[in-house]
Design a protein around this ligand. Structure first.
Ligand code: NAD
Ligand code: UDP
Length: 319
């Protein structure tokens, strides 16, 4: 059994990782301030004797009594809709939050996993993106607070490895989807699924020809778990290379939900990456991992989950 600290554990990816670690028999200490996470995501674990929850803003403090084996740093604003409304908070959690969690890992001699992102590649002129592609990021644009916070975060993680010998892992996570995303998350799949199920028009930004590649949550969790178990210290892409246009997704969802919604075209947000697709050669060869869930199957599961949320909405109890 390992003792694991997870920041951002009440969020989408965090709650699925919690489930995996509890199933494996580990003890979890979860830190979250609920800025985007929800009680509902962790209420199922709360009575578990190997689970403890700490409502903290990790840019202010994160202290743990006793030993730790792993520190998993997921806390961040993650949806463009949320991080663009809170750019300073986003930069702070990537900079100060990452520093504080690295110091915690160092103090406890724990292995540290950083949730980085495909956004470190920005609006890429190489497709698919391998790990040695340096990216095309504007430090001044509307996405800069997120992209630069993660680029700085990676750099800080690597510096703790170089200067103090900390055992680190850096996952460059590509677009991931599945149950427990917020219905008001703002990212494209929860938005389109909600719109299709409630009869609202699907809001396609630009001409919809920009691409993304979507990984189902169970595949991502398996990839992160293998990374943690490995000794791979350099950044690695974790994502599904099944690249689709946004228009294709919208049409697919209309058909899958038998929706009578239409498509409405809205302006493309500035600096929106035109293409995104992971080169997964490294994760395949180093971790023997590749995604297994087809997009259509993952979307079916997400649609079922969103139907149940829409039919019986649960409001979070006060924290
Ligand atoms: P999410 O918003 O569901 O979860 C993030 C969690 O972090 C939330 O529970 C939020 O309340 C918490 N948090 C934010 N700031 C905090 C702070 N200062 N103190 C304590 N808790 C704080 O997002 P997610 O999709 O689960 O993303 C998890 C991580 O994975 C993030 O670091 C994100 O950047 C990264 N990532 C996600 C994706 C994706 O497609 N889901 C892609 C690339 C990278
Ligand atoms: N998008 C869209 N309609 C929406 C939300 C997003 O067309 O209602 C597009 C967005 O412009 C981008 C893609 O879908 O090209 C993915 O956006 P998302 O916010 O999910 O995340 P990103 O990959 O851009 O960080």
């Amino acid at each position: 059994m390992n003792r694991v600290c997870i920041t951002g554990g009440a969020g989408f990816i965090g709650s699925h990782l919690c489930q995996r670690f509890l199933d494996e028999g580990h003890e979890l200490l979860v830190f979250d301030n609920f800025v985007t996470g929800r009680q509902e995501n962790i209420s199922r674990f709360r009575s578990h004797d190997r689970f403890s929850f700490h409502k903290e803003d990790i840019t202010e403090s994160i202290t743990v009594a006793g030993d730790l084996d792993w520190v998993i740093h997921l806390a961040s604003l993650a949806s463009p809709a949320f991080y663009q409304e809170n750019p300073i908070e986003t930069l702070q959690v990537g900079a100060i939050g990452t520093q504080k969690t690295l110091e915690l890992a160092l103090e406890k001699d724990a292995t540290y996993l950083f949730a980085s992102t495909s956004e470190v590649y920005g609006d890429p002129d190489v497709n698919p993106q391998p790990e040695d592609y340096r990216g095309r990021v504007d430090p001044f644009g509307p996405r800069a607070c997120y992209d630069e916070s993660k680029r700085y975060g990676e750099s800080l993680v690597w510096s703790f490895k170089e200067q103090y010998g900390l055992d680190v892992r850096i996952a460059r996570i590509f677009n991931t989807y599945g149950p427990r995303m917020r219905i008001d998350d703002g990212r494209v799949l929860p938005t389109f699924v909600r719109q299709a199920l409630t009869g609202e028009d699907l809001t396609v930004y630009g001409d919809g020809k920009q691409t993304r590649s979507f990984c189902f949550i169970s595949d991502l969790v398996e990839g992160l778990r293998r990374l943690l178990a490995s000794d791979l210290q350099t950044p690695v892409n974790v994502g599904n290379p099944d690249e689709r246009t946004i228009l294709e997704l919208a049409e697919m969802l209309l058909e899958m939900t038998d929706s009578e919604s239409s498509l409405v075209y809205e302006p493309l947000p500035p600096h929106d990456p035109r293409k995104r697709c992971p080169d997964i050669s490294k994760v395949r060869s180093e971790l023997n991992w590749e995604p297994t869930v087809e997009l259509e199957d993952g979307l079916e599961r997400m649609i079922d989950h969103f139907k149940s949320v829409i039919n019986s909405p649960v409001s979070d109890p006060p924290t």
